[in-house]
Design a protein around this ligand. Structure first.
Ligand code: 5GP
Length: 115
């Protein structure tokens, strides 16, 4: 059995979050410690810990997450100036919560390389 993460608590409404989108497959909410004026996490309800734990059957959900991020970016008016959509994987990627998620960051000029 997989360990319950903070994100599964948010999905199950056991923990509050500023939810900006949800349907039967995907939920998106504001990051509690925002690194940009817009910082939204896009999370599948299915508790896939890391991208490398996903398999072929997750192809549609991963595509859906990208399309949800696209719509949120447009809704927040980020489509003109741009934004960053990223995934931190494992120790070297800086992942802290082992429930797959994308970060959508925007509203300011972001640095590259990220360090
Ligand atoms: P990771 O480091 O795993 O890529 O990203 C985890 C993100 O979750 C971090 O940006 C962190 O600020 C955010 N986070 C951690 N705990 C909570 C929480 O309880 N609520 C929300 N909304 N975000 C959280």
């Amino acid at each position: 059995m997989e360990e319950e993460t903070i994100f599964s608590q948010i999905i199950d409404k056991k923990k509050p979050a500023e939810i900006i989108f949800e349907d039967e497959e995907v939920i998106a909410f504001k990051d509690i410690n925002p690194q940009a004026p817009v910082h939204v996490l896009i999370v599948p309800r299915k508790p896939i810990p890391k991208l490398t734990d996903a398999d072929e059957s997750d192809t549609a959900i991963l595509g859906k997450m990208v399309m949800v991020a696209r719509q949120i970016a447009k809704d927040f008016g980020l489509d003109e100036d741009g934004f960053r959509l990223l995934l931190n994987e494992g120790k070297n990627g800086g992942q802290t919560i082992y429930h797959l998620h994308f970060h959508l960051l925007g509203g300011r000029r972001l640095m590259w390389p990220p360090g």
